[in-house]
Design a protein. Structure first.
Length: 118
């Protein structure tokens, strides 16, 4: 399974950015899709996640500014980021998981850098 992310880069404070993540090489559809981020010197933290049923969960720091959504294509997930702040600067990782298989079936993307300038 390969997980590919795209959409990172440099943006000014208050700007917007959309991250994309697509998994290939599997017959399964991931029922739990999430975005994490890791800033320099910090632990990786959950930004947002969603279930295949549409339930979503957001970190308090991004509520009302970020939106996670599935794409029409199989195993695609997006993160729309609005009103970006310098403290959102981090490497963002896509995380895809199937929870109903008996053995762990979860994959991380390689990460994409998001830098918000003040």
């Amino acid at each position: 399974v390969q997980v590919a992310e795209s959409g990172g880069g440099l943006v000014q404070s208050g700007g917007s950015m959309n991250l994309s993540c697509t998994a290939s090489g599997t017959i399964f559809s991931f029922n739990n899709r999430a975005w994490y981020r890791q800033a320099p010197g910090m632990q990786r933290e959950l930004v947002a996640n969603m279930t295949i049923g549409g339930e979503t969960n957001y970190a308090d720091s991004v509520k009302g500014r970020f939106t996670i959504a599935s794409g029409d294509a199989k195993n695609t997930v997006y993160l729309q980021m609005d009103s970006l702040k310098p403290e959102d600067t981090a490497v963002y990782y896509c995380f895809l998981k199937i929870t109903w298989l008996p053995d762990p079936y979860e994959f991380w993307g390689q990460g994409t850098q998001v830098t918000v300038s003040s």
